[in-house]
Design a protein around this ligand. Structure first.
Ligand code: F6P
Length: 459
């Protein structure tokens, strides 16, 4: 292969530039040119095929900084549809005119679903990313546990999952962790520690909502911030034991910190937050409002008298507050763990293309003997019997529903990722860059302005 392309699809994550950098460095070693496609799959749908040459003279362009969050080539939630063969044919023609012989898509489950129509046209490899850590499998045959059940309304069926295998070994996980997750957890745990002091000083109950869609990995990792109560989507929120636990903690320490994953569900299995579909072939939703709903429930269950009697607050509404950590979890500089493994996965994706792997995924594996190491698996290994990829849920054994905390298995899962996840440069950056006096005098210079000068179009 002489020239490959790379794109970033779906929501941004902190380590996308690191993955692109790793891919470009490896491509340079193999003397392969890399074109960055602008704004994910939308570049392919655009007849002008906007792109940037990321390694002219086989050197990475200076704008490609692996320590920068976001993506220098832009991202979008635009995906391709396999139902439009004429469009796919046009795209294949465009790629051919660009001289592209292989494609790396950096993305999550939506991207893996979305790249399917292209995999029959050219070698395509996914380099994983997602802060939600939901691209992967808890064990090899997990997709077989999904089946379709007929129901009213389009498309006439819904997906249901057989009860998951309850016991498994961490070493069986496929794609143990995805780039972006460690940084999101770093932000969440630090955010909790900061919010805690307000709850503590003002005798309040804080409900902090973290991202992750229907997977509780970010919430689990946020346990490093020592919340008193952790609520994850994989276990229903049962109000009676929750209220009892809150009272126990509040009576003792005069405040409570609750971490609530955005995808938590109630006793009936209904999401506490509202769901809005995004344009994504994995049927992704944007969730919002779980913490607010929980707050309303607690205001009603605890009532004003509970706080007044203890002389701790004038009402339940004044005492219980919510905060969403929101997009801070996705933004900014990736921490060392993410930078390193994102770059390695980028390099691995290039190797896989050059090895002639079609429709495959570069994965990060972990076992007790070797620690983290790279591998590659077929894209189909992630698909259920109907060809659909489901977001990975956190295995239910990672959580102890009685104590509302991570279980021993959950803790064992986190340790290899986070012990040593922050590098000396990460703390150095805080010391030298946050209060750099120059920040007050210079306005922000966006990489978009520089990349715009480099964008080329098909003739
Ligand atoms: O999938 C990543 C993620 O950040 C989720 O955790 C979150 O629900 C969603 O994306 C938010 O999407 P958007 O950036 O479109 O608001």
């Amino acid at each position: 292969m002489k020239r490959i392309a790379i794109l970033t699809a779906g929501g941004d994550t902190p380590a996308l530039n690191a993955t692109i950098f790793g891919a470009v460095v490896r491509a340079n070693q193999h003397r392969v040119e890399v074109y960055g496609l602008i704004k994910g799959f939308s570049a392919l749908l655009n007849p002008r095929g906007p792109h940037v040459h990321l390694n002219p003279l086989l050197m990475p362009i200076p704008e490609l900084d692996p320590t920068m969050g976001g993506t220098l080539i832009g991202a979008s939630r635009t995906y391709l549809s396999g139902d439009d063969p004429a469009c796919i044919k046009e795209i294949a023609g465009r790629l051919e005119r660009l001289g592209i012989e292989g494609l790396i898509c950096i993305g999550g489950d939506g991207t893996l679903n979305g790249m399917v129509p292209l995999t029959e046209k050219l070698p395509t490899v996914l380099a994983p990313k997602t802060i939600d850590n939901d691209l992967g499998l808890n064990y090899r045959n997990e997709p077989d546990e999904w089946s379709r059940v007929l129901c009213q309304g389009a498309p006439g069926y819904r997906y249901e999952r057989m009860p998951a295998r309850t016991k498994f070994d961490l070493e069986q996980m496929v794609n143990y962790v995805t780039p972006g997750y460690a940084t999101a957890v770093f932000v969440s745990a630090s955010g909790l520690q900061r919010i805690r002091t307000t709850a503590e000083s003002h005798r309040r109950i804080a409900i902090v909502e973290v991202m992750g869609r229907h997977s509780g990995y970010i919430a689990l990792g946020a346990s490093y911030g020592q919340p008193d109560i952790l609520l994850v989507p994989e276990h229903r929120v049962c109000m009676d034991p929750l209220v009892e636990r809150i009272k126990e903690i509040y009576d003792l320490q005069k405040h409570v910190m609750i971490v609530c994953a955005e995808g938590v569900i109630d006793e009936k299995g209904e999401p506490l937050g509202a769901e809005n579909p995004t344009y994504d072939p994995a049927g992704q939703v944007v969730l919002s409002g779980a913490a607010e709903t929980l707050r309303e429930l607690l205001v009603r269950r605890l009532g004003d008298a509970y706080f007044l009697e203890r002389r701790r607050n004038e009402s339940a509404r004044a005492a219980i507050f919510t905060r969403k950590l929101g997009h801070t979890q996705r933004g900014g500089r990736p921490i060392l763990f993410d930078r390193n493994y994102a770059a390695e996965l980028g390099g691995q994706a290039v190797e896989m293309l050059l090895d002639g792997r079609y429709n495959a995924v570069a994965v990060l594996q972990w076992n007790r003997q070797r620690g983290f190491h790279l591998d590659g698996i077929a894209g189909n290994d992630f698909r259920d019997r109907y060809g659909v990829i489901h977001a990975r849920n956190m295995h239910s054994s990672f959580y102890d529903p009685e104590c509302m905390r991570p279980s021993r298995v959950g803790i064992d899962y986190l340790l290899p990722i986070f012990t040593g996840a922050i590098g000396a440069e990460d703390t150095g950056v805080q010391r030298h860059e946050v209060f750099d006096p120059g920040n007050l005098m210079r306005s922000y210079h966006s990489v978009n302005a520089d990349i715009h000068k480099r964008i080329r179009y098909l003739e």
